[in-house]
Design a protein around this ligand. Structure first.
Ligand code: NAP
Length: 330
């Protein structure tokens, strides 16, 4: 990572700190409207100390960390715009206590994340990466057919988190004629799906358990050894875990043990506890499908997210209502 130093100062433009490698879909618009100090807090303590009193906004991404300590170093900070729906890395309470608003980019990424969840379910059930390797390596001609895979249509899916993206996953699962159940902090009587009060109770009745809650302290290791054991016992075929939420929501050590010991049949994972580091033991397991946190990574969706992230900053500095503040800041 080679953070750039600040944009040539234009005293008329508000100054913002970027705490992430900016998306090329966002960066030109930010640089046109603001003086952007690109990750200067990480690269150059003296330069950061010089500009910190003038920083009025932060541009962040879903995996960014904005700590209470960083916020305390920015006396003029007014707004933190996250390009992502998850904001578990942002010290929202510290921001709120100072009257600093946090914004994010909900809804525009629902389709892509839900599409990826279904793709990982199918890839893990039908062993698509192994099938691809089988053809590519010449093993098909040499060794013949692959072992039979498992059917996804008509199976039971349990969704942990029934918010915006959870509902988009459910509507796709319905097209696969799956039996849909979910858990969340509260039941949603308006939805036509069965509510179960805990991840363990849900796992016990699921062939696929799909995790799509926020990250952070409230959901840390929500999926633990007990939940995985329940998923494994749910049918003779044993269950498949899919995580498109945050790595922190799943106890990764417990997951690796469950996979190694055959407690569950497989997994599809887009997120990990210590990204971008993925444990070698996990990477060695053929029944696991791995993706490098690509839930929202299509051009169309990243453009929509960039537009919203920019729109929030632009609205703030124009004195207009914010487009999508996080719930805590509404
Ligand atoms: P959302 O609309 O806020 O929905 C979150 C759901 O999680 C809600 O149903 C909520 O329950 C539930 N929940 C929260 N805490 C829980 C707990 N302790 N136990 C059980 N359920 C809990 O959020 P969203 O827009 O669907 O996004 C969900 C998350 O997906 C984001 O926060 C982000 O971390 C992740 N994400 C990942 C990617 C990726 O690239 N893989 C992309 C986008 C988002 P209630 O409804 O009862 O409050």
């Amino acid at each position: 990572m080679t953070p750039a130093t600040s944009h040539p100062a234009d005293a008329s433009l508000p100054e913002i700190l970027s705490v992430t490698r900016l998306s090329p879909l966002l960066e030109p618009r930010l640089r046109a409207a603001f003086t952007v100090h690109d990750r200067v807090h990480e690269s150059d303590a003296a330069a950061f100390a010089a500009v910190a009193p003038r920083i009025r906004g932060i541009a962040a991404s879903g995996d960014s960390k904005v700590s209470a300590e960083l916020i305390a170093q920015l006396p003029a900070l007014e707004v933190i715009s996250v390009m992502g729906v998850g904001y578990d890395g942002i010290a929202v309470e510290a921001a709120k206590a100072r009257g600093i608003t946090v914004t994010h980019t909900p809804d525009v990424l629902n389709d892509d994340v839900a599409d990826l969840a279904l793709a990982l379910m199918l890839a893990a059930a039908r062993q698509i990466p192994a099938a691809d390797r089988h053809v590519r390596s010449g093993a098909w001609a040499e060794k013949g057919a692959l072992p039979l895979a498992r059917k996804m249509s008509g199976a039971r899916v349990g969704i942990v988190g029934m918010g915006r993206i959870g509902q988009a996953i459910a509507s796709r699962a319905a097209a696969f004629h799956m039996a849909i159940a979910y858990t969340a902090r509260s039941a949603k009587p308006a939805l036509p799906y069965r509510y179960l009060p805990s991840p363990a109770a849900l796992a016990a009745e699921s062939d696929f358990l799909v995790v799509i809650t926020p990250g952070g302290a409230g959901t840390r290791h929500l999926i633990d050894a007990e939940v995985l054991a329940a998923l494994g016992r749910s049918s003779p075929e044993r269950g498949i875990l899919v995580n498109v939420a945050r790595g922190s929501v799943v106890d990764e050590a417990a997951l690796i043990t469950a996979l190694e010991q055959g407690v569950i049949a497989g997994a599809g994972l887009d997120v990990f506890e210590d990204e971008p580091r993925v444990p070698e033991r996990l990477r060695a397991l053929p029944q696991v499908v791995l993706a490098p946190h690509i839930g929202s990574a299509t051009t169309a969706t990243r453009q929509a997210m960039a537009d919203l992230a920019y729109g929030n900053l632009a609205a703030h500095f124009a004195g207009q209502p914010l487009l999508t503040p996080v719930p805590e800041c509404r």
